[in-house]
Design a protein around this ligand. Structure first.
Ligand code: GLC
Length: 581
C-alpha cells in the first residue's frame, strides 16, 4: 500500500515570489492563502514551502534567527495557521523547510556562543583555533565564496560556515544541539504540518579533524564537499532523529543531499533503516558544469541526462524511493535549461513535465513551471541572490569578460527561478501593487496564468491533465521503471510496468519532427494514454512514429509475453537493454 507522499506531486512555493497581499512587494502567507483555490484548481496534493522563519534574509531565509517565529515580512503565526487550515481544507499537505546545518549569525545561540568559550552555548557551533600564523584552521572555501572560516576576536577562534559568514554551522556532535532541533521539529509537527524538506542534511556530520585539502585549480581554497558530505555520523544522526521525532508523526521527509551516491541514497531511504523517506540528489544538475563549475555556458547532453536519471531510477527501483525534480529555487528554469525557451517553449515545458512526473518517485516542481516560466536576463546589478553576487565578483576576478559573466549568470543564477509568479498581464504581473523585491520577468505580458487559463492547449491545462493522471494512476505511482535504449539520440523513452499494465513514455528533445522507431510491434500499442501533441490521439500507430517537436506521449502496450514481470515482445527485448552506463 503506497503512502500519501508516494502518490502526491509536490508544488514548491517560494514565499517571497508567490503572491503579495499587503503591497510591500514581497510575497506573504496571506498571499498564499488567497491562492489555495488556485492550487486546488491546478490539482496538486502537496506543497513544499521554502523557509518563512525569522531571518535577516542574507540567504533568503536559509539563515534562521528564530525557528519558532514567522518572519514579519511574511505575516504572523495566525496567518500561518490560517494558511495551513485552508491547505488542509483543500486536501493539500504542507511540508516545511528544516534548515539545521546552520543558523543565522543573528540567532541568540550564536550571539551567546561568540562571546566566550565557557558559555552554555559555547559548544553549539564549530569553533577551532587559528594556525600558528593566525590564519584559518584549514583551507576550505565556503559555498558562496571566500574562506569557510571567520575569526571572532572575543573567543580568539574561528567558526566554520560552509555557506556565508552569516550562516555558522551548528555542532551536531553536541547532543544538546540535537535535542534543540528535535524540539523545534516537534513544535511544527504539533502545529499540524505534514513533513520536512531538510536543507543540505547530509552535511551535518563533520570530520573530526579539519585538514587541508588539495586546492581547486585557480583558487586559494579547497572544496570541502568530498570530506563533509555523508560524514561518519550521518546515518546515526538521522536514525536518532527518526527515533526522537519522526516515528511519532505520519510526516514525510526529503533530505537535500549534494554529493550523494545512489548507494548512499538507498541506505538513507531504505524503510527498514528508519532514516528518511527520500533524498534530493544533484547528479543531473552537474551535467552542464564547465570550467567555472556551476557557472557555465555549457549546454547539457541528452545522453548524460538519460544516463543519470536512469541510474537513479534503477538504483532505487526496489528499495528506497526517489524524489524527482528538474528545477527548484536554486536551479535555472527547466524550460530554459533543458527545453527551448523560444519557439517551442510551451511544447518543451509540457514534455519536461511529462518526463518528470511519469518517472518512479515523488515529483516536485517549482511555482511557475506550470506556466513554462523562463530564465530572466537582468542588468548584473539587479541580481539579489548572494550566490550570484559572489559569483559575479569571483568570475570577474578570475579574468572572465563581462559578456561571459553575463551569459553565465543568465544561464545559472538562482534568481532565474525566483522572479515573481506571473499571475496576469497587469502591472507587476499581478503579483503585487508595489515594485517587487526582485524584478518581474519582462516576458510576463505574454507568459501569465490569466492568459493560459483561457486556452485549453496551454501549459497550465496540460499540467492539470498530467497531475490528475499521475496522482491516481497505479502504474505511475508504483510501477517498475525500465530504461529503453532508443536509436534516436534526441528521444528519451522509458517503460513503467505494474501488474498487467505497461506504459511506454516517449519524450522528444528535438526542435524538429523526428521519426521514432517503436520498440514494439505497432499492434502491441493498446492506446494513447496521454500526449502533449493534439494529433497523436487520432494518428495511426505505425512502426515509425513521427514525433512533433518536443512531443511527449505515453502509450499503453498490450504485449502478452512475460519477461521478469514486465511483458515485452522479442523486438522490445532486443532494444530494451539499459542505456550504457
Ligand atoms: C540549500 C538551499 C539553498 C541555500 C543553501 C544554504 O542548498 O536550497 O537555497 O542557499 O542550502 O542553506
Amino acid at each position: 500500500m503506497s503512502k500519501w507522499w508516494q502518490r502526491a506531486v509536490f508544488y514548491q512555493i517560494y514565499p517571497q515570489s508567490f503572491k503579495d497581499s499587503d503591497g510591500d512587494g514581497i510575497g506573504d502567507l496571506r498571499g498564499i492563502t488567497s491562492k489555495v483555490s488556485y492550487l486546488h484548481e491546478l490539482g496538486i496534493q502537496a506543497v513544499w514551502l521554502n523557509p518563512i522563519y525569522a531571518s535577516p534574509m542574507i540567504d533568503n531565509g536559509y539563515d534562521i534567527a528564530d525557528y519558532r517565529q514567522i518572519n514579519p515580512v511574511y505575516g504572523t503565526m495566525a496567518d500561518f495557521e490560517e494558511m495551513l487550515t485552508q491547505l488542509h481544507a483543500h486536501q493539500i499537505k504542507l511540508v516545511m523547510d528544516l534548515v539545521v546545518n546552520h543558523t543565522s549569525d543573528q540567532h541568540p545561540w550564536f550571539q551567546a556562543s561568540r562571546q566566550s568559550r565557557d558559555d552554555p552555548f559555547s559548544d553549539y557551533y564549530i569553533w577551532a583555533d587559528p594556525r600558528a600564523d593566525g590564519s584559518a584552521p584549514n583551507n576550505w572555501g565556503s559555498t558562496f565564496g571566500g574562506s569557510a572560516w571567520t575569526y571572532v576576536p572575543a573567543r580568539g577562534q574561528y567558526y566554520l560556515h560552509l555557506f556565508s559568514p552569516a550562516q555558522p554551522d551548528l555542532n551536531w556532535r553536541n547532543p544538546v544541539v540535537r535535542e534543540e532541533v528535535y524540539r523545534l521539529m516537534r513544535f511544527w509537527f504539533d502545529k499540524g504540518i505534514d513533513g520536512f524538506r531538510m536543507d543540505v542534511i547530509n552535511l551535518l556530520s563533520k570530520p573530526e579533524h579539519f585538514e587541508d585539502r588539495p586546492k581547486d585549480p585557480g583558487s586559494e581554497y579547497a572544496d570541502f564537499y568530498p570530506v563533509v558530505a555523508n560524514g561518519p555520523e550521518m546515518h546515526a544522526y538521522l536514525h536518532e532523529m527518526y527515533d526522537r521525532v519522526l516515528k511519532d508523526y505520519e510526516g514525510m521527509t526529503v533530505g537535500e543531499m549534494p554529493h550523494v551516491t545512489p548507494d548512499e541514497a538507498k541506505r538513507y531511504t531504505d524503510p527498514a533503516r528508519h532514516e528518511l523517506n527520500m533524498v534530493f540528489q544533484f547528479d543531473h544538475t552537474y551535467i552542464d558544469e564547465g570550467q567555472y563549475g556551476k557557472f557555465s555556458t555549457v549546454r547539457f547532453k541528452l545522453s548524460d541526462l538519460k544516463q543519470t536519471l536512469d541510474r537513479w531510477q534503477l538504483a532505487l527501483n526496489e528499495t528506497g524511493w526517489n524524489a524527482l525534480y528538474l528545477g527548484n529555487h536554486d536551479q535555472p528554469r527547466v524550460v530554459s535549461r533543458f527545453g527551448d525557451e523560444h519557439q517551442h517553449r510551451e511544447a518543451s515545458a509540457k514534455m519536461l513535465a511529462t518526463l518528470l512526473l511519469c518517472q518512479k518517485g515523488t515529483p516536485f516542481f517549482l511555482q511557475g513551471d506550470e506556466l513554462g516560466m523562463t530564465n530572466v536576463h537582468l542588468p548584473l546589478e539587479a541580481y539579489r541572490d548572494i550566490d550570484t553576487r559572489n559569483a559575479i565578483r569571483m568570475l570577474s576576478r578570475q579574468g572572465c569578460g563581462v559578456a561571459d559573466v553575463r551569459q553565465m549568470v543568465y544561464n545559472k543564477s538562482r534568481d532565474n527561478a525566483r522572479t515573481p509568479f506571473q499571475w496576469s498581464s497587469a502591472e507587476h504581473a499581478g503579483f503585487s501593487t508595489h515594485a517587487p523585491w526582485l524584478a518581474v520577468n519582462p516576458n510576463f505580458a505574454a507568459i501569465n496564468l490569466a492568459e493560459q487559463q483561457t486556452r485549453t492547449d496551454s501549459v497550465f491545462h496540460y499540467y492539470q491533465r498530467l497531475l490528475a493522471f499521475c496522482q491516481t494512476d497505479e502504474t505511475i505511482i508504483a510501477g517498475d521503471y525500465r530504461p529503453v535504449a532508443t536509436a534516436d539520440s534526441a528521444v528519451y523513452s522509458y517503460m513503467r510496468c505494474h501488474g498487467e499494465t505497461r506504459y511506454l513514455v516517449i519524450c522528444s528533445f528535438a526542435a524538429t519532427p523526428v521519426r521514432y522507431l517503436l520498440p514494439v510491434e505497432p499492434e502491441a500499442v493498446a492506446r494513447v494514454v496521454l500526449s502533449s501533441a493534439e494529433e497523436r490521439a487520432h494518428a495511426a500507430v505505425t512502426q515509425y512514429l513521427t514525433l512533433a517537436p518536443f512531443e511527449a506521449t505515453v502509450l499503453a502496450l498490450n504485449t502478452n509475453e512475460e519477461v521478469s514481470g514486465c511483458s515485452v515482445s522479442g523486438r522490445w527485448r532486443a532494444q530494451s537493454e539499459p542505456a550504457q552506463r
